[in-house]
Design a protein around this ligand. Sequence first.
Ligand code: FES
Ligand code: FES
Length: 152
Amino acid sequence: MAIQIQVNGKTHSVDTPPQTPLLYALRNDCDVNSAKYGCGAGQCGACTVIINGSAIRSCITPISAIKGNVTTLEDYQNDPVLKALNKSFIAEQAAQCGFCIAGMMMSAKGLLDKNKNPSDAQIKSALNGNLCRCGTYSRILKAVKSAAKELA
Ligand code: FES
Ligand code: FES
């Protein structure tokens, strides 16, 4: 049976079992590839997207549980916070291989949507569940701080 989900304001009809992880539907059926498959177990944050203002792990969220719009990095041109993060991540050269970066930016958006002037500790706490195997954490922290400054 087809399940309808809204992604970045656009409705998609996805013919898949209800327990299918949202991540699979995004990548296979919705042409959304920013969210990545890292661990598939809610442990690395590579698959992070925003639903109803909260950063969630799309690899462990069944598509049948989705209520409300799913925001992904593909929407950065329409979202002032993602736009600022996109600019600052590039300016600070925060990406090395880039695999973790979309998830980092979505977790950062989840924070900055609620708090435009976060402390270093609050940023680290918000990104605590996002892993970067390249270890660019200090540049990522600088990028989030720079985006917050622009948005304040
Ligand atoms: Fe979802 Fe790692 S792929 S948390
Ligand atoms: Fe490579 Fe983070 S930039 S995993």
